[in-house]
Design a protein around this ligand. Structure first.
Ligand code: SF4
Length: 474
């Protein structure tokens, strides 16, 4: 998963640099491994990309250089590596200077047939510098354009017609910007205005700046071309003839709570609140304190507590400076990080003995198992007995039974708790007194308040994938 951002403006405004950085900060949750940008003032381009967060990579030296160049077009990406490594070569944007011009591309999502796509390009004599889907997409577009007289819109059409997958992307030349979205519409993508500039971003929270406004979502199969002379062209290149496949895991877990749920103007936080309420109706409890897993479980926990009139209390405090654990490689590393990342507020035991822990999803079950273990260790150390305590767990989404091939880095199939174990087995593994997941019809009853559930991808909950895919090998 990643975040893309950028602008195209008819004239330079020094505040554009600040706005560009702000967009990056607002999309930091979508990727914390790399940040990169390519920009052009219409005559020359500049670029940087490196490991680290926006504040580390877009440092004073790079910001000063950016401002000095006065770019009229800029594209950027916050990266969370799903294909390719975290080295600068795999980071985005990818750029190329050819005899006929300069091109750079950044995108968000994954190609489920990536290996095959790379082999096809290599068979045509293309040299690949990384194993990253952003590079594959750039090179596929350029091949397609070359076969159509250099027309980049036709190159994007060829990409869409031949390449299944999730890609919300942006392509730039020295004077033009193309913003495009795959025909399934897996990942969100918005276009809007900031003063005179056309701006775009992966999530609506990147428009939370006084002068920014969202015009609309980029449609599945659409490209929008803008240039520094004020030109604009919108074309629906492919109408896939199937329902959209908006990733339902975005509003469950990934997106910021103050972002929109795709084209619906309601917040992701409300979606999560409704999931918690539905979970409460399906699996209610009495006389318990509701405990959220911070941060993404908090809205579902609030919904659960509100629906049943229960108190909600913080039991686990999260250190915000440690990254999302499921992005880290290696099980012992992940377990250590959970222990470093959370502490237990034992003062809650002065008032409560029965708890229901609510989280948005359960992937490997590592975090939940360690948190319950940490809580019990602390409680027993304080002189309580296990039989004095009750720990129930409620998950505000159905069991995850399949990997994602569209940009969410869920682990290998055999690492997914629910792909190998029954609910009762997982309950025992995590040490809970009871465990229950939201049902799939329950999830759809919430999704229905935002759009027809058929327009959401549910593949990781059902195993029914909307496109062909190759099983991932790392
Ligand atoms: Fe989202 Fe799951 Fe579909 Fe991946 S498989 S796009 S995580 S709903």
């Amino acid at each position: 998963m990643c975040g893309i951002l950028g602008y195209c403006a008819p004239q330079w405004d020094p505040s554009l640099a600040k706005f560009f950085g702000l967009q990056g900060f607002n999309l930091q949750h979508r990727g914390q491994e790399n940040f990169g940008a390519t920009y052009s003032n219409g005559r020359k381009f500049g670029h940087f990309k490196d490991k680290g967060m926006v504040s580390q990579v877009f440092d004073k030296t790079r910001r000063d250089e950016f401002v000095r160049r006065q770019p009229l077009i800029a594209i950027g990406q916050t990266r969370y590596a799903t294909a390719g490594g975290t080295d600068a070569m795999s980071a985005q944007p990818h750029w190329m200077t050819l005899l006929d011009g300069f091109y750079a591309n950044a995108c968000n999502g994954d190609l489920p047939m990536l290996q095959q796509d790379i082999e096809e390009l290599e068979a045509k004599g293309t040299v690949m510098l990384s194993g990253n889907d952003g590079e594959v997409i750039l090179k596929k577009i350029l091949h397609g354009a070359r076969d159509h007289g250099g027309d980049l819109i036709e190159g994007i059409r060829v990409l869409m017609e031949t390449t299944p997958g999730a890609y919300s992307g942006c392509l730039m030349t020295l004077r033009e910007l193309y913003v495009y979205r795959d025909p399934w519409g897996f990942r969100p993508l918005y276009i809007g205005r900031w003063r005179d500039a056309t701006v775009f971003a992966s999530e609506s929270c990147a428009f939370h700046e006084r002068d920014a406004e969202i015009e609309r979502e980029v449609l599945p199969g659409e490209v929008i071309r803008v240039d520094i002379d004020g030109g604009r062209e919108e074309r629906r290149l492919v109408n896939a003839g199937h329902p959209r496949q908006k990733c339902i895991f975005e509003p469950i877990y990934f997106a910021r709570p103050d972002s929109r749920v795709y084209e619906d103007k309601k917040d992701v936080g409300l979606f999560r609140d409704q999931l918690g309420r539905q979970l409460a109706r399906e699996y209610p409890l009495k006389d318990v304190a509701v405990v959220p897993i911070p941060d993404s479980g908090r809205f579902a926990a609030m919904g659960y507590a509100s629906e049943l009139g229960l108190p909600m209390r913080e039991l686990f405090i999260r250190n915000p400076y440690i990254p999302r654990t499921f992005q880290m490689a290696g099980q012992s590393n992940r377990e250590d990080l959970v222990r470093l990342k959370f502490t237990v507020m034992l003062s809650l035991l002065e008032e409560y003995r029965r708890f229901v822990i609510v989280d948005d999803s359960l992937v490997r079950s590592t975090t939940m198992r360690i948190l319950i273990e940490m809580f019990l260790q602390a409680a027993l150390g304080a002189g309580l007995k296990r039989e004095d305590l009750q720990i129930h767990v409620r998950i505000a989404s159905p069991p995850i039974v399949g990997c994602c091939y569209y940009g969410i880095d869920t682990p290998e199939l055999d690492e997914l708790a629910a792909s190998r174990h029954s609910v009762k087995e997982i309950e025992k593994m995590i040490g809970a007194d009871s465990l229950a997941y939201l049902s799939l019809p329950g999830l759809d009853s919430v999704a229905k308040q935002f759009d027809d559930p058929k327009n959401f991808c549910h593949a990781c909950f059902t195993g029914n994938y909307p496109t062909p895919y190759l099983v991932r090998s790392r």
